[in-house]
Design a protein around this ligand. Structure first.
Ligand code: FMN
Length: 475
């Protein structure tokens, strides 16, 4: 079958769904195989004023060769197998007259030999394809209800990012067990009562055209007993910096493995695409990995083989519980902020072992991704981790990715995708802005601007903890 030179062929009927999204069946041609995207795939194409993005979806029922709106009006036609023979219909929706269907396909174009196109689709697992390489980083926003259920404010904040063009929207750290809760207003996935909210969230993010990931979290010694009303525990006892925690018992560890598995099962039931284990930033899984926080002498401590056991067992439990979900693990690569006792070479070894366990995505939290590693100042983390895990594991990099150039620099180093944090809080439509070269809002920003970006009062207040983010002056 012939098709578009840019690697796509339209193969059947398109339609506009109730959200105003144009759905087109397409086939990726062989020049996309380098992404591992083979066979028949369907694209969900979203109309933007300036262009489109696409997400692969299950095939809609029925096939024809017309793009129709919900009232049955034909918007455009094309002929099977002859991409060039597209007939442009009338304007598809405001502002797209300049290209009709051909323009609509254009943003999917893969430039030959260019492996760093931020806006090319990324297959995470066969059939699970993000429309681009831009993730919303996991962002604690303290907007959930006190019992951990999703609030309308949190849903709105995340939905605006899906609508704004992020290819994957990740939740904040969500606690898998009550004793792991670390913040007031933290989202929970510790109980079946969370399911309706999780389902609502997954459905709404999918409507926006993005994949949805949940970041599964246990605070360990950084859990907040005033919030959780539970005893605090970690790998080893700790009594400093206002933290008082006891050493974990076997029962704590077994219970937590079960809690991670149950949480993943809930995410699967709710329709999520990805779960990520929060193994970074000095929380429970990172505390066990740490040669500072973990001073145990049993099978959970000592040599790396033992310190990594909790993460390994968690990976296995989650894979067993929710095999349909793509599995990601976030790591701090070296000591940074709250992550202590994390050594670069040990992290490389952990990454290798995660790959061997079948973890599909490695999410590197670098804080300042432009910088080289502390341990080897002449080397950057991304190529080191790429070398460790091989070509197939997806690598996502976070840390001061604020501009298109900064994002593309990470892809050029070997990352498959970038996760954007503060710049995404400041710009709900960061992907669309950078795609069309529009100006970005740069913090510090006024509360009024932040409200317009989908932050509630409580989130704006939380953002005051982050230096130079919220402007003191009202506008
Ligand atoms: C407000 C805020 C909340 C965050 N919450 C989380 C979180 O829940 N889980 C996590 O792994 N990282 C969290 N991070 C770290 C971000 O995911 C990201 O790695 C970091 O902010 C660096 O990216 P940036 O420079 O683009 O903001 C948070 C960062 C910020 C600014």
């Amino acid at each position: 079958m012939s098709g578009f030179s840019d690697g796509l062929a339209l193969t059947g009927e398109g339609f506009v769904n109730p959200q105003g999204t144009v759905v087109l069946p397409v086939q990726f041609l062989s020049n996309f195989t380098r992404y591992g995207v083979n066979g028949k795939t369907y694209a969900l194409v979203r109309l933007f004023s300036d262009g489109l993005a696409a997400v692969m979806k299950k095939p809609p029922k029925g096939e024809a060769r017309r793009l129709i709106d919900p009232k049955g009006k034909c918007l455009a036609r094309w002929e099977l197998g002859t991409g060039a023979a597209l007939h442009h219909g009338p304007a598809l929706r405001g502002g797209t007259r300049r290209g009709g269907v051909r323009h609509l396909i254009h943003p999917l174009r893969k430039r030959d030999g260019d492996m760093t196109d931020l806006f090319s689709p990324l297959e995470l697992r066969k059939g699970v394809i993000a429309p681009n390489r831009i993730w919303l980083a996991p962002l604690t926003n303290t907007q959930s209800h006190p019992d951990g259920t999703l609030s309308d404010a949190e849903l709105r904040f995340l939905a605006m990012r899906a609508d704004g063009g992020f290819g994957l929207v990740e939740t904040c750290a969500v606690y898998v067990a009550q004793d792991g809760k670390a913040w007031p207003g933290e989202l929970g996935v510790h109980d079946d009562a969370m399911l309706p909210g999780m389902k609502r969230l997954a459905a709404r993010i999918h409507e926006g055209g993005a994949l949805i990931a949940a970041q599964l979290f246990h605070g360990g010694l950084r859990a907040n007993p005033d919030v959780s009303q539970r005893e605090v525990w970690s790998a080893s006892a700790y009594d400093a910096e206002g933290i008082h925690c006891r050493e974990a018992t076997e029962a704590d560890i077994e219970g937590t493995l079960q809690a991670f598995a149950d949480a993943a099962r809930r995410c699967e039931a709710a329709g999520f695409d990805v779960v990520e284990l929060h193994g970074a930033h000095g929380y429970l899984l990172s505390q066990f990995l740490s040669n500072v926080f973990n001073r145990r002498t049993d099978r959970w401590g000592g040599a790396l083989e033992n310190r990594w056991r909790l993460l390994q067992e968690t990976v296995r439990a989650v894979k067993r519980a929710a095999p349909s979900l793509v599995l990601s693990v976030r790591l701090s690569t070296e000591d940074a902020r709250q992550a202590r006792g994390i050594d670069l070479d040990e992290s490389l070894e952990v990454a290798r072992m995660l790959q061997a366990e079948g973890v599909e995505i490695l999410h590197l939290s670098l804080w300042k991704a432009a910088l080289n590693t502390q341990k080897r100042p002449d080397q950057h983390a991304t190529p080191l981790f790429r070398q460790a895990v091989g070509p197939d594991m997806r690598i996502v990099v976070a840390g001061e990715v604020r501009t298109r150039e900064e994002a593309e620099a990470q892809l050029a180093r070997g990352a498959d995708a970038v996760a954007v944090g503060r710049a995404a809080i400041a710009n709900h439509d960061w992907p669309r802005r950078v795609q069309r070269g529009a100006a970005l809002q740069v913090p510090p920003l006024s509360p009024t601007t932040l409200h317009a970006e989908g932050l509630s009062d409580v989130f704006v207040k939380y953002m005051r903890n982050w230096r130079d983010f919220v402007a003191d002056t009202q506008d």
